[in-house]
Design a binder for this molecule. Sequence first.
Ligand SMILES: Nc1ncnc2c1ncn2[C@@H]1O[C@H](COP(=O)(O)OP(=O)(O)OP(=O)(O)O)[C@@H](O)[C@H]1O
Length: 294
Amino acid sequence: MEITIERLTKVYGGKVKALDSVDLEIPTGMFGLLGPNGAGKTTLMRILAGILRPTSGSARVGGNDLSTEAGRLAVKRALGYLPQELGLYPDLSAHEFLDYIGILKGLEDKQTRRRRIEELLDVVGLRDVSKRKLKGFSGGMKRRVGIAQALLNDPRLLIVDEPTAGLDPEERIRFRNLLSDLGGNRTVLLSTHIVEDVAQTSRNLAVMNKGTVLYQGTAADLIRASQDKVWTIETEGPKPDGGLTVVSTLHLGDSVQYRVVGEPSANLNAKPTPPSLEDGYVWLMRENRVVEAA
Ligand SMILES: Nc1ncnc2c1ncn2[C@@H]1O[C@H](COP(=O)(O)OP(=O)(O)OP(=O)(O)O)[C@@H](O)[C@H]1O
């Protein structure tokens, strides 16, 4: 299910331009939407989910025009959505909650609903705890219940907004693996400010900042764009400056190893380093003056 977005603009209250003439082509499969807080990711996803109307511009999801009532209805039928803050009912069990959402989503036949719920509890690894109340669930387990509810209607478009925020590293990895498995022949739109979430799941991505798209294409091309710009500097002295952006720091006994993006001067003894997606992202942010160099 492909998504075509043209000159999409959203202005809140006549003042805040959350989206500024965004053009985006989202193909079938996993797609990462990356950007810092306030970039406009949630606004874009709420428009695609049919919850919010744009100020101007157009969006088509699988050929359905979101500016028409019929288009929005068709998209809603094909959609699974996991918002940032999904309200769970703490006194319901996972099974009871999914049963309730299933009824709301129109899965009327009790047997069919039960089979679907059990299938999904297996997919998200919660079958064994399906009778426990949600109030006892960890953050990662709650997020997996969220994915299960979004999958109840077997959506061709799955939208997940910042799903790994606040998860511990183990839960985050488990959740990423789950999302990757869900790609297949549906479109999964993953919004996040964590580069590693996208690096581990998505071949295609867009980077947004302040309502505009800074990059769209493959992760591989963004990585390639920072080729020859990434360096490792090991020093016992002060942090290297001179217009470099530090991506990460590793303390090694007496010395410190800095991974930097930029053009270090010869006296820093910098070693060329193969770039990662995070380096590509930092390079892009530098090019667009979103991050300041040291
Ligand atoms: N209902 C609203 N009314 C006014 N301004 C809003 C509203 N919702 C969002 N904004 C503003 O629009 C801009 C984009 O917000 P949005 O939530 O879409 O970004 P985001 O990339 O999802 O960031 P975050 O991860 O922090 O949610 C921000 O400046 C935000 O303050």
